[in-house]
Ligand binder design. Structure first.
Ligand SMILES: CC(C)(COP(=O)(O)OP(=O)(O)OC[C@H]1O[C@@H](n2cnc3c(N)ncnc32)[C@H](O)[C@@H]1OP(=O)(O)O)[C@@H](O)C(=O)NCCC(=O)NCCS
Length: 240
């Protein structure tokens, strides 16, 4: 089923040309193309800390449990971007636990997992377009909480996700394993059943990579609600 169609700009060196795209759900049988794009994007990252690579096994397992991968295909039917969303239910990886959601709310959590755009196609707002489509797809499913992790060193992703109304509720090390110490991640959250309002008398600002100062603020009950892209400053407020 086609979810969306339109035009985008492909940039290669100094050349730019307009190309058509199609957005559709990626089938489990097409998982290798997803892995190939993840590999290509990861290899091109100047800071590898910003992307935690999903394994094929994890993604297939999630797909069997209702997860969806929204794919964007170029005019040659090649995958150029995807957004992966999952429904963690009561599993231990539910990020609702990191932001102290009530246990009764955990089955209403949607995880916004990995989003990637192939370097030649960046700047077409595909991260935001696929997020809007994801929200449309989950609308009939009676979900309440959108939650994701973003690296404090990932300006573009953080800006896009905060512009969509997700707020910073925690900052901690995630994805630790025997050979990995874990990586710093903001945990961002949007309660789709209510709007967030700022306590104007209690505003603070910190640069997005100031880990320990931000952790102190969050521990005091502050929530990061806006990122100023040029200065990389995050505005925090006490939540009401
Ligand atoms: C984060 C990401 C998905 C955003 O891609 P996107 O939707 O194409 O970004 P936008 O269209 O919002 O880009 C806005 C601007 O930032 C620029 N930009 C976006 N990502 C950039 C990057 N990684 N490096 C440098 N500039 C980037 C765009 O060129 C555009 O510039 P312009 O305003 O001058 O045209 C993409 O950068 C990416 O795939 N990054 C690597 C993987 C990653 O970090 N994923 C998120 C964590 S799962």
């Amino acid at each position: 089923m086609i979810l969306n169609q339109g035009y985008l700009i492909k940039r290669k060196s100094s050349a730019r040309h307009v190309e058509s795209y199609t957005m559709r759900l990626v089938d489990a049988t097409e998982i290798n193309e997803v892995m190939d794009l993840q590999h290509k994007v990861y290899e091109g990252l100047p800071n590898k800390q910003v992307l935690y690579k999903d394994t094929k096994f994890e993604m297939l397992d999630d797909l069997n449990n209702g997860a969806m991968i929204i794919g964007v295909y170029n005019s040659e039917e090649r995958l150029i971007s995807y957004r992966y969303i999952s429904f963690p239910g009561y599993s231990k990886k539910n990020l609702g636990k990191d932001i102290h959601l009530d246990i009764s709310e955990l089955d209403k959590v949607v995880h916004l997992e990995t989003t990637l755009v192939s370097p030649d196609y960046r700047g077409n707002r595909l991260q935001s377009l696929t997020l809007a489509k994801a929200i449309e797809l989950i609308e009939p499913l009676d979900m309440k909480h959108l939650i994701c992790t973003v690296s404090p060193y990932n300006l573009f992703s953080l800006y896009n996700i905060m512009s969509a109304g997700l707020n910073i509720k925690a900052l901690k090390r995630k994805y630790a394993s025997e050979d990995l110490d874990g990586m710093w991640r903001f945990i961002l959250h949007k309660d789709m059943s209510k709007s967030f309002s700022v306590e104007h008398s209690e505003l603070k600002m910190l640069k997005m990579d100031r880990i320990f100062e931000q952790r102190e603020l969050i521990d005091k009950g502050y929530v990061g609600y806006n990122l100023i892209r040029d200065s990389q400053m995050i505005q925090y407020s006490l939540s009401q």
